[in-house]
Design a protein around this ligand. Structure first.
Ligand SMILES: [Zn+2]
Length: 524
């Protein structure tokens, strides 16, 4: 999810153009027979999305389902986009729905829910549905089509067949004649222009498609290819930006130590609102800042780092409610304080390790977040866990009655890391927790973890009972900052200011011992 909403600076240009069709070689997609009888041909699902009139802000979508065996097919439009915790009812953007057979005879259908179209098949084996989608969204969860290009947020464009989310899909994109490039993390189908393949709907819904006249840079880190797609990139130093992204990638991927994607795509689509994380891509509305503006550049790079690290923390290392998803309703979890707030914490840790921030800059950032938390009117009214759970109906970043799980979560994650480092005499860190969670749940059990399982792994790595820490997660109890900061020879200086304001600043203690110093030096 977006940590911040807006970045709007120009930076200098670059660019290696690559052709419309992505060039990497992949296996030709094989239809899966599964448990079907040998005599039955495997079913095929495919979408074609076209954009004849960008100014109309409407996509035209054709869905073809061959090999239908059901009496009725229920087509559903998702209600939300994973990572953006709001019911957006994408079905409201759909109109012109038609269902036909292979000979273009109309099939009967009825709407049985706001998001569900039920089509009577009666022995017809090929279903061909067409519909239009209004695409004038403003944020990353909704699609956009205009003269500059097309951003396809897949949950807002592609319907799914009820009960068939695990079916493989092909997607053909027909760009407007004025658009020359397509960027997406979907695998291209060899030999078929602008056609892509997804193993299932979860994969399709996790791969946005960006179409336009953007610039594209490619580079590799290790053997892994990366693509950077930018709308109106301005005039920036190509080598510098690629070098920065490479350093960030090395630092971020080093935490877990395994790269779970074959290719990664950065989509930077100019000014707008926010960013959304995916397993092997990010879609962000941002511009690369001007050269020489250190703070602006740091803010931009930490934003990119945040969205990138989500490929681990929330996509792979994830609460059990966040995948596989139920696309029709809220998927609630009490753990966004860690999935989002923990990602905020790690974005600064990664920036520090990659050499983009100094220790003082990281500490002053954490001071600023503590300051924000302690001045939040909702701090005493809502726990980090409850803020996570309630996010579907509350402002993402806190309000008069709520607390931002980004802010409180970042600080709680910092305390957890300090506690683990202290209790293990600096032999273990939060990175060890991340590696265990990744290995045990993502790799071995192929699922997310419960709140209790998360706590269990933290206590297993840290070696003691973490009741006090988790009390801070599930209640609004005041936090004993000095106790945790003290592990690293630090303290929280609180100064009274005019009005009811105080200022909170993390400082070095006047006296500290070798153990504290070792912890501080290995931490930051
Ligand atoms: Zn996020």
């Amino acid at each position: 999810m977006p940590k911040r909403w807006k970045f709007n600076r120009l930076w200098p240009t670059v660019l290696i153009l690559i052709g419309l069709t992505v060039g990497c070689q992949i296996k030709a997609p094989q239809a899966r027979v599964g448990s079907l009888r040998a005599a039955e041909a495997p079913s095929v699902m495919s979408f074609t999305v076209s954009m004849e009139e960008p100014a109309s802000n409407r996509f035209r979508v054709i869905f073809q389902y061959e090999g239908v065996r059901e009496k009725f097919v229920e087509l559903k439009m998702p209600a939300w986009s994973p990572g953006y915790y709001r019911i957006l009812n994408f079905a409201r953007n759909v109109d012109g729905f038609k269902a036909k057979d292979e000979s273009s005879h109309l099939l009967n259908w009825e709407k049985i829910a706001d998001d569900t179209w039920k089509i009577k098949m009666d022995g017809v084996r090929t279903l061909r549905v067409s519909y239009e989608v209004a695409a004038s969204g403003k944020g990353v969860a909704e699609s956009q089509l205009n003269e500059k290009g097309a951003y396809i947020s897949p949950t807002s464009v592609f319907m799914f067949v009820a009960g068939k989310l695990d079916h493989h899909i092909r997607v053909s994109v027909k760009p407007h004649q004025g658009f020359s490039r397509i960027s997406t993390a979907l695998e291209p189908v060899i030999g078929e222009e602008n056609t892509f393949y997804a193993d299932n709907f979860d994969e399709l819904y996790d791969c946005p498609i960006y179409v336009g006249n953007h610039e594209v840079l490619t580079f590799t880190v290790g053997q892994v290819p990366y693509e950077l797609a930018m709308q109106e990139p301005g005039d920036f130093n190509k080598d510098e930006i690629i070098s920065a992204l490479k350093r960030m990638i090395v630092s971020a991927t080093g935490i877990v130590g395994e790269i779970p994607y074959k290719r990664y795509v950065f989509m930077m689509m100019g000014e707008g609102m926010g960013g959304l994380e995916h397993r092997n891509s990010m879609a962000v509305f941002t511009r690369i800042p001007r050269p020489g503006d250190h703070k602006d550049y740091q803010r931009w790079l930490s934003f990119i780092t945040h969205e990138f690290f989500h490929l681990y923390n929330i996509k792979a290392i994830r609460p059990i409610a966040l995948g596989p998803f139920d696309y029709e309703r809220e998927n609630r979890t009490s753990m966004l304080w860690f999935s989002e707030g923990g990602t905020v914490y790690y974005e600064y840790i990664i920036m520090k390790r990659a050499g983009f921030m100094s220790r003082d800059e990281v500490l002053s950032t954490f001071s600023r977040i503590i300051d924000k938390v302690e001045h939040s009117p909702g701090r005493k009214l809502q726990s980090a866990a409850l803020a996570s759970y309630n996010t579907w109906t509350e402002p993402f970043f806190g309000s008069e009655k709520t607390i931002s799980y980004y802010d409180i979560g970042a600080i709680l994650t910092m305390l957890l890391d300090l506690k683990i480092r202290h209790e293990t005499d600096n032999n273990k860190t939060l990175d060890d927790v991340m590696r265990v969670l990744y290995q045990r749940f993502y790799k071995e059990r192929r699922r997310g973890f419960t709140d209790e399982e998360f706590r269990g792994v933290c206590e297993e790595v840290e070696g003691t009972d973490l009741s006090e820490f988790f009390n801070y997660v599930y209640t609004s109890e005041p936090i004993d900052y000095d106790k945790y900061l003290g592990y690293a020879g630090l303290k929280l200086e609180i100064k009274e200011r005019e009005g009811n304001r105080r200022s909170y600043t993390i400082k070095l203690q006047e006296e500290f011992d070798g153990r504290q110093l070792r912890l501080l030096n290995s931490w930051l």
